[in-house]
Ligand binder design. Sequence first.
Ligand SMILES: Cc1cc2nc3c(=O)[nH]c(=O)nc-3n(C[C@H](O)[C@H](O)[C@H](O)COP(=O)(O)OP(=O)(O)OC[C@H]3O[C@@H](n4cnc5c(N)ncnc54)[C@H](O)[C@@H]3O)c2cc1C
Length: 462
Amino acid sequence: MNTVNGGISFWHARQGTPALREPLPGDAPADVCVVGGGYTGLWTAYYLKKAAPYLNITVLEAKFCGYGASGRNGGWLYNGIAGRDRYARLHGHDAAVRLQKAMNDTVAEVIRVTGEERIEADIHRGGVLEVATTPAQLARLRAFHSVELAFDETDRQWLGARETAGRIRVSGAVGGSWTPHGARLHPVKLVQGLAAAVEALGVTIHEWTPVSEIRPKHAVTPYGTVRAPYVLRCTEGFTASLKGRRRLWLPMNSSMIVTEPLAPEVWDELGWAGRETLGDMAHAYMYAQRTADDRIALGGRGVPYRYGSRTDDDGRTQPATVTALRELLVRFFPRLAGTRVEHAWSGVLGVPRDWCATVTLDRSTGLGWAGGYVGSGVATANLAARTLRDLIQRDAGQAGATELTALPWVDHRVRRWEPEPLRWLGVQALYAAYRAADRREAAGRSARTDRLAVLADRIAGR
Ligand SMILES: Cc1cc2nc3c(=O)[nH]c(=O)nc-3n(C[C@H](O)[C@H](O)[C@H](O)COP(=O)(O)OP(=O)(O)OC[C@H]3O[C@@H](n4cnc5c(N)ncnc54)[C@H](O)[C@@H]3O)c2cc1C
C-alpha cells in the first residue's frame, strides 16, 4: 500500500469528518465573535461561555473545526512556550518564571477539562523526553536542561545514555532530559470534542464561513457581517490571508509521517513503554509520539515556507520531505527500515518576527488575538484562551486584573516580517543553514554548536 499524502492529516482520516455545521446565514449580532475554529478559538469560546453563560458567542470557521494545525499536530501537550527567554530579558526572570509555571499548570488544566467534559482524546501523561544524538546536541541539551531548572522546573530529570535507552532506545542517543509536564494526545479527538463541548454550552459555530476582514466590532464574510463589541482573531498560521495582516505571522510549515501499527515484539526492542513524547536537539528538530494504536507519528520541518505566505494544499507534502522524514525515523530506529509509512501530511504554524507567542486585547477597539506559538501551541492555546477570557471580563467590568492578565506575554507587540522576496529568501537561507549545521555536527566530534546555526539564530532574531 502506498503512503497516503495530504487529506489534511492522518488524525482526520482516521477520525472522519463530523457532520458539518451551517455557514453564517446572514448579518448577525453577537457579544463576542471568535474567528477561527482551532484550539485557540474553541478554548476561548469555552472559557468565556463558562464564565458568563449569558454571552452570545459566535465562532466563524473558514472550513471546519480542526482544519488547521489543531487537526494536524504532533499531539505534544507540553509546557513549552515560544519566547519565554526573551520575556525574561524584557520583563525580568521572575515574570518569566510565572509564565513557565502557568504553562506547567496548563498541561494539567487541559487534562482536567477533557476529563470533566468527557472528551476522549487518547491522553497519556508520560512526560516529554528530549534526546541528544551528537556531542554538539548533548552540549545544547545540558544547557537547555539547566535553563529549565533555573525556571523552577525542579522535577526535570537528567538522563545518561543508559537511562535514556531505558525509556526509549533511540539509536546513538548519548543523553536525555525528561520532564513530567507533558502528555501525548490525539489532536483531532481533542478539537472535535472541544467543538462539541462548546456547542453544548450554547455557543454558535458557523463552518465554511471565511472571514475576509476584521475591523473594530466587525467580522466580514461573503455571507454577512457579524457585529460584536469584541472580535477575536484566532487564525494562527492562516493570519496572513486576512486583509492588512500579510506580514504579521509567517506561516511556517511542519510535516509529519505515521507508520503502520508496530507489533508487540518491535515495541519490546524500542522500549517506549512510558509513551513519552520524544524530541531531539537538532536545529531542524524532530518530534514524535507513540500513538494510542501503537504507531509512531513523527514530524519535522520539510519545506519551511512558501513564497508569499501561501499555505499548503490540504496537507499535501513534497515527496522529498516524506523521504527525509522516513530516513529520520530509520536513523532513530534502524529496526524500522522495512516498516510502512501509512500517511504523510503538513500544516502551518504562526511565527512572529521575534518568535514570541502573545495574547492581546486592544481595549480601544475591542479587537483581540492570540497566537504566534511557533511549534508549541497545543497547551499554549489553552493558556491564551483563559487569558483572553480574563482580559475581556476585565474590560467589560465583570472582573479585575488576574494572575493571567499580569503575565509578561500579554499585550506584547512585534514588528512585521520583511516584504517579499526578502521574507522567502531569508527563511530559505535560514533553514539551509540549520540543515547544514546539523549535518556538520553529526559528522564531527565537537561539542560546540556549529557557527552556521549560531549565525542563523542571530539573523532569525531568536
Ligand atoms: C504539523 C504540525 C505539528 C505540530 N505539533 C505540535 C505539537 O506536537 N505540540 C504543540 O504544542 N504544537 C504543535 N504544533 C502547533 C499547534 O498545533 C498550533 O500552535 C495550534 O494548533 C494552534 O491552534 P490555533 O487554534 O491557534 O490555530 P489553528 O489550529 O491553525 O486554527 C486556526 C483556524 O482558523 C481558521 N481560519 C483561518 N483563516 C480564517 C478566516 N479568514 N476566517 C475564518 N476562519 C479562518 C482555520 O481554518 C483554522 O481552523 C504543530 C503544528 C503543526 C502544523
